[in-house]
Write a protein that binds this ligand. Sequence first.
Ligand code: 2P0
Length: 328
Amino acid sequence: MGVAKKPVTAKAHTNIALVKYWGKLDETLIIPQNASLSITLDEFYSTTSVLFDDALDADQVTFDDQRLKAGQVTKISHFMDHVRQMAGIKSYAQIVTQNHVPTAAGLASSASGFAALAGAASTAAGLQLDRRALSRLARLGSGSATRSIFGGFAAWQQGHDDETSYGYPIDETPDWDIAIVAVILTTKKKSISSREGMRLSVNTSPFYPAWVETSRVDFETVQKAITERDFETLGHTAEQNAMRMHALTLSADPSFTYFNADSLKTMQLVRELRLQGLQCYFTMDAGPNVKVICRNSDADQIAKALQAVFGTANVRVTHPGPGITINK
Ligand code: 2P0
């Protein structure tokens, strides 16, 4: 096929884990300590275009209309080295990314970003990867990106090496009354990266082995709940799983947290809405923003209650979305 002469663009959506990935067995290959499971979201995504160009002497990255400096592209260039190696090429690339995700505040932009980059870069390099191979490649950029190759409910099977650790679809177009209300409490960059937070948790939390054990059970429970369309079990298990993940940060040495005061306030509001009879459950990732798993038919009511406290623009109703698309 050869290297593409025109830029190749890929679009990938972010995902919210119901059973979280939190900790690596292998930091270089990004092999996780446990399998994870997520919903890909329609409303938050990244588009990335890639063009390899023999005239370049380094990868050039434009991120949300801003040209990144040499020191800021290390992670991306390292990822591009994998693509170059796979394709047997040496040229650098022009990479342009637009993120339609509140970046680095716990709405995983690295998931959609590296999934889109994997799709665009591999295709631009002349590789024709199937979705499993694409997911494996995306994993080398960011673990959560393995799941963003797929739509709807997707999982990342743990595996034990590069070949066996990849994402796969569980139900790509779920016909289910489900929505995720995203409460954006800050768009500030987090102070402890997921990578560092995971490392601290694995190395210092005495609860880490219990996390691995319980997350395995949670995975089975959520998977079954999806098959059986058991919303309450899905929501309850996802909420428990998220809080257990955050317990690892609180029990690390030194301890840290991704919660802020508004995160706690949001979780309390969700508990109150639940007491009023609405089926809604919270989850949080490596940042203070809270996502509420709820019935789509209740989503507007729940969003209104949250908007009254946090402002209309900061509360967004989202839905299960599609997997990656690549345009040559
Ligand atoms: C997840 N998170 O399953 C978990 C839950 C955050 C909390 O995956 O080090 O950017 O690049 O593999 O994927 C965020 O971490 O980490 C993440 P790396 P990633 O969605």
